[in-house]
Write a protein that binds this ligand. Sequence first.
Ligand code: CA
Length: 507
Amino acid sequence: MTNETMLQGFSWYLPADGSHWRRIAEQAPTFAYEGVSAVWLPPAYKGQAGAQDVGYGVYDTYDLGEFDQKGSVATKYGTRAEYEAAVAALHANGIRALADIVLNQRMGADGLEDVRAQEVLGQDRDESVGAPLTISAWTRFTFPGRAGAHSGFTWDWTCFHGVDWDERSRRQGIFLFEGKHWDDAVERVENGNYDYLMGADADVNDPRVFEELVRWGAWYLDASGVDGFRLDALKHIDRGFYLRWLREMRAHAGRDLFCVGEYWGRRAEELEDYLGVERTMSLFDVPLHYNLYRASCSNGEVDLSKIFEGTLVSRDPAHAVTFAENHDTQPGQALQSFVQSWFKPAAYALILLREAGLPCVFYGDLYGMPNGGNIPAVTELPLLMEVRRRFSYGQQHDFLDSPDVIGWTREGDDEHEGSGVAVVLTDRDGGEKRMYVGARHAGETWGCVVGEQADTVVDADGWATFRTLGGRLSVYLPERAADALEHDRVLHRIVRETAEDGEEMRS
Ligand code: CA
């Protein structure tokens, strides 16, 4: 078995030039070389801001860049044909494609409706404000640009719980429609009941809406060929909905679809409650992200021996997708909590080179982020991914035993040639750690592939001393593996460059 690695295949501020699906298709062979086994693609359907929309301002889930709606045919990322080609290119390279599924809200309605509604308090949505009133709500979705293609379903106010804008009084507020109620199985600590997030909040349990979402999901699976889902905004959607919907999707696909959900909770208990007994999906390990974030901006004050304390990966590794950064935590975004650049290599080692959890690499860290002064790529990242794919196997020995310098090793196994790895990192001064790498490595020399340290020799009992510079990460491999890694990386670069030259000559 080869270690799996997920890639979040986009960041927030990608240029809105309709070229991203083509870029993903071109990058697919490199993704495969680096060990990516699944790519989470951004929302592929038309948003209210058309070709400018990152994808979460969902307008029409049947328009994958196929119809002239919201000012363009293509989405921010390209056309439907280019999307299908990107999925096919991933498949051709042995990589699964995961679709970003955003069902909580709709935006950019085609028409207004008069609706009786009750305004509720922003901080407590169970609390009414004033008397019921008639508002003018943007809830009519008829998709004139699509004219009934793929589906004749149109949306009106009865498909939604409520909105946050009254066009009649041109006033912001949270308005719950008459006869509707917020769903119970949503986040209940924040804002009393956090069913409502933004836009027109879909009543996903309304029988007609549920049926329509099942019909759409089946169409989407067939149309796109994706292999699983990343599910958006779970705190704001009735928990029972995805249990039922995923059952329908898996039955339709006739196979197990890998699913990872975004439940933005800082406590592992919240995440475990959401997973419940069904464990029907994985969740992003939000508590671990915050531990990494804190370690990166605490000036060495964080106790690194507790870096996994309170995380999902420490409690349920089989259902934890670990990550250092995403499109919401990057600078300029709603949940900004950017892991500082100096700590990024260590943060990635902590998710990529350990046994537990499925790591998700962020596109913005792999290629840099074209925003706020162009945040550079994490240069060590491709190497760390490759070390994960090739060498990070076998029994793990933890030396997470000091507040400032921690390390761990993997013994390697017979299945992966040259495997075995040692990692040491610090958030303060440089240091060293004596660690056990396994008796099978006795007498070997290990070389440092990240961190610029001298070679170290494993003693007769399988122990060696590993060093790191202040505020840095060191990764060591058996000498033979370190040499092979360097050799193959040069070779890969030559093959890539030759292929790109070929492309240029053809075009
Ligand atoms: Ca909702």
